[in-house]
Structure formats: structure tokens, C-alpha cells
Design a protein. Structure first.
Length: 91
């Protein structure tokens, strides 16, 4: 009985450690959707919409008015374009 309890506690602890390991280090997705880790010493760029800093290699890039902008995700890029189009049509 005590042996089963100890085995159960050990198993729960191992499951806890595995879950915590995966939650603390989420994978980073690059522009191709493949898992990519940032290179050591790589420059960070700021997303102009949500102001998140991301490594250049993981950023979504867009050229707006001759200026290269970097976004943390496709969602932020699309939202930025929608806001920009909405602001220009209102002028």
C-alpha cells in the first residue's frame, strides 16, 4: 500500500516537471512556421503594433512606405495593415 503511494507520488512529480518544462519554454515560430531558436547575440526588433521585442530571424517582415517593419506574428501584421488602410480611407 505504501509502496503504491510512493510510486504514485513519484509519477505525479515527474508529470509535473515535464508539464512545467514545456510551459516555461514555448517554441518560437519563424515566418515559415518551422520551429526556430534565436541565434546568440541576435538583434531584437520591436513590433510597431503590440510593441513586443522579437529576434530578427523570427519576425514577420513588411515594407511600408519604403521602410521595413517587423512584426511578432502574422496576426499583428494583418491587423496593422487593416488599421493603416482604415486610417487612410478616412482622410
Amino acid at each position: 500500500m505504501i509502496f503504491r503511494l510512493l510510486i504514485g507520488i513519484v509519477i505525479l512529480y515527474l508529470v509535473y516537471k515535464v508539464v512545467r518544462m514545456f510551459r516555461s519554454a514555448p517554441p518560437e515560430l519563424g515566418t515559415s512556421g518551422a520551429l526556430r531558436k534565436p541565434k546568440a547575440g541576435e538583434d531584437l526588433v520591436e513590433d510597431p503594433l503590440c510593441h513586443t521585442y522579437i529576434p530578427v530571424s523570427n519576425a514577420w517582415k513588411a515594407t511600408v512606405d519604403g521602410k521595413t517593419l517587423y512584426f511578432c506574428s502574422q496576426k499583428c501584421l494583418d491587423q496593422y495593415i487593416r488599421q493603416r488602410e482604415g486610417g487612410e480611407t478616412g482622410k
